[in-house]
Design a protein around this ligand. Structure first.
Ligand SMILES: *Cc1c(COP(=O)(O)O)cnc(C)c1O
Ligand code: SF4
Length: 345
């Protein structure tokens, strides 16, 4: 999620990987609110679409994700995650531009370290979908991604710190990059003896399941470390047969699949929706990991759920579901040594 030019231009992708289908799906993403709403049988005038919000963070949503939205439903939980609306332009006190302190946590170009042992690589600023609630809607990725200059600065920073035992590929969405670009990185990391685990944070298996192609699975299966693959789905409706198939291919690579979700008003802020999300994730082979309280960046206040309600929902999940289906309810506080469980002090 980002406003800078994507690292992977469609033209380049076609030249370097002519046989891959996922770039075609990527290119066919919808970018016009009018087109999105027309496909859903909704009138723009009724939806509070905002040209300013669109200019700040463009609309982008893959067609297969749109196909999972309910036709004619202005409150559809998938639609609400991607449609730029007037509410985003409210200036709300307490909602800032770098709510999670990424600026000060920078270790090298594209390398963020906040927690012991884990280095997070901003591999790219590019995403297949633009989620309106994303804390990175304000982040300038133009010169800040680790892929710049063939990964050298990022790899050198990790090699120089023996305390780092886990590398997290994040972004943006790391699977926006071609598999050969990712393989370039992991080949360089394979020479660093103190790395014990690789983690990948990606929304692509959910929003563009075609990305999980044979080449990607071969790359994952051949990695020299155990892999944790953290997907991001906020609602059970985000899953369909194509997503199930993509997740089952990922599992076949040997990766451990986890889900992180964001608690979002009007999307999943009720017990039935959250329970269904956990159950549907597990049916697809994915364990719930985190349920985040939203990062307080400008433009997302209308999505916020109060801590009181969040805690009540979490207690409701505990009372309803098997323990392993209950995600940890956390929020990120700049300067903390880990994500912070609710309740906060
Ligand atoms: C969230 C985050 C992590 C991962 O934290 P876990 O609790 O291990 O999932 C690592 N690095 C950064 C910078 C993060 O924001
Ligand atoms: S939530 Fe993830 S996929 Fe969505 S815009 Fe942010 S980084 Fe991209």
């Amino acid at each position: 999620m980002i406003t800078a030019a994507p690292v992977l231009t469609p033209e380049k992708a076609v030249l370097t990987l002519p046989s891959d289908r996922w770039q075609a799906h990527w290119r066919q993403a919808i970018r016009e609110p009018e087109q999105l709403l027309a496909e859903l049988g909704l009138a723009p005038a009724d939806m509070g679409v905002s040209a300013e919000a669109l200019a700040q963070f463009p609309l982008r949503v893959p067609r297969s994700f749109v196909a999972r939205m309910r036709h004619g439903d202005p409150a559809d939980p998938l639609l609400r995650q991607v449609l730029p609306i007037d509410d985003e332009m409210q200036v709300v006190p307490g909602f800032s531009f770098d709510a999670v302190g990424d600026g000060p946590a920078k270790k090298a170009t594209g390398v963020i370290q906040k927690y012991r042992g884990r280095a997070l690589l901003v591999t790219t600023g590019s995403c297949a979908i633009h989620c309106r609630y994303c804390f990175r809607r304000h982040f300038d990725y133009a010169g800040e991604n680790a892929a710049k200059g063939g990964w050298q600065e990022a790899v050198a920073a990790i090699a120089a710190d023996p305390d780092i035992d886990e590398v997290i590929l994040s972004g943006g969405d790391p699977l926006s990059l071609t598999t050969s670009k990712l393989a370039e990185l992991t080949e360089a990391l394979a020479g660093i003896g103190h790395i014990k685990r690789l983690r990948i944070h990606s929304r692509l298996p959910v929003v563009l399941p075609e990305r999980v192609d044979e080449e990607l699975v071969r790359w994952l299966a051949a990695l020299p470390w155990p892999v944790a693959f953290v997907i991001h789905a906020n609602h059970a409706n985000e899953f369909d047969a194509s997503v199930d198939a993509a997740l089952s291919r990922l599992r076949a690579s040997g990766a451990q699949l986890l889900n992180q979700a964001v608690l979002l008003r009007g999307v999943n802020d009720n017990l039935d929706a959250l329970a269904a999300l956990s159950e549907r994730s597990f049916a697809a082979g994915v364990l719930p990991y985190y349920l985040y309280q939203i990062d307080r960046v400008q433009g997302v206040a209308h999505f916020e759920v109060s801590d009181e309600q969040a805690l009540a929902l979490h207690a409701g999940l505990m009372a309803r579901l098997s323990g392993y289906l209950v995600p940890k309810l956390v929020r990120e506080i700049a300067g903390d040594s880990s994500k912070r469980p609710l309740p906060t002090a």
